[in-house]
Design a protein around this ligand. Structure first.
Ligand code: CDP
Length: 218
């Protein structure tokens, strides 16, 4: 059967980087579930759909025309044929993604699409509710966390590298606002699965976290 490894946790804990590395090391597929919520937010914006209208946003989610184009280490993401790989990473989209992710109908609309990523030989699933809701039967569940300040710091460096002007205080505030929305929503709130291993990456390097995760897999 297909091996599923779930890596859940709050924004900026390093899930994206780690999930990619683990998937590469094991030759597994990768599900970036956050990208799906980002795509819903971006698509709703492009289609002029009111973000306050849950049903309308859920319709956008169920019709989402998305393609993940994987070549080697890079994944290009296409929305209705348009390359939106960079566009979905903008701060405004991050904010709106966490708004649409709070809608139960949006989460339901994306459920099967996510389950379909579980293909041989295995899958690394990155998100908030991979171990609790989407893949409750996963063989390995990791909950990756770090202090809000450490997470804001990482995001700050990432954005700086891209030449995006950012303010550290704003970033901490944004991260906390998203944490609140993610943990307080009624459907699939951000929390570790009962059988997840909790890893705090605040003072660990990427290499150390990678080795810890690979040790759980074995
Ligand atoms: O990279 P970062 O952790 O900042 O965000 P992301 O993983 O791309 O997810 C974007 C937003 O989608 C998050 O703020 C969550 O609100 C939401 N999300 C979710 O609700 N469930 C998931 N499985 C993944 C993301």
């Amino acid at each position: 059967s297909v091996v599923v490894i779930t890596i859940d946790g709050p924004s900026g804990a390093g899930k994206g980087t780690l999930s990619q590395l683990v998937a590469k090391r094991l030759g597994y597929h990768l599900l970036d579930s956050g990208a799906l919520y980002r795509l819903v937010a971006l698509s709703a914006y492009k289609l002029n759909v009111n973000l306050q209208d849950e049903q309308a946003v859920a319709d956008v989610a169920s019709k989402l025309d998305v393609k993940f184009d994987v070549t080697g280490d890079t994944t290009k993401i296409f929305l209705a044929g348009e390359n939106v790989t960079d566009a979905i990473r903008q701060e405004a989209v991050s904010m709106n993604a966490s708004v649409v992710a709070a809608y139960p109908k949006v989460r339901a609309a994306l459920l099967q699409r996510q389950k379909d990523f579980a293909q041989a030989p295995g899958l690394v699933a990155d998100g908030r509710d991979m171990g609790t809701t989407v893949f409750p039967q996963a063989q390995v569940k990791v909950f990756l966390t770090a202090s809000a300040e450490a997470r804001a710091e990482r995001r700050f460096k990432q954005l700086q590298q891209k030449g995006v002007a950012v303010n550290m205080e704003e970033l901490v505030k944004d991260i906390k606002a998203r944490d609140d929305r993610d943990t307080q929503r009624a459907t699939s709130p951000l929390k570790p699965a009962d059988d997840a291993v909790i890893l705090d990456s605040t003072s660990l390097t990427i290499e150390q976290v990678l080795n810890a995760i690979l040790a759980y897999v074995r």
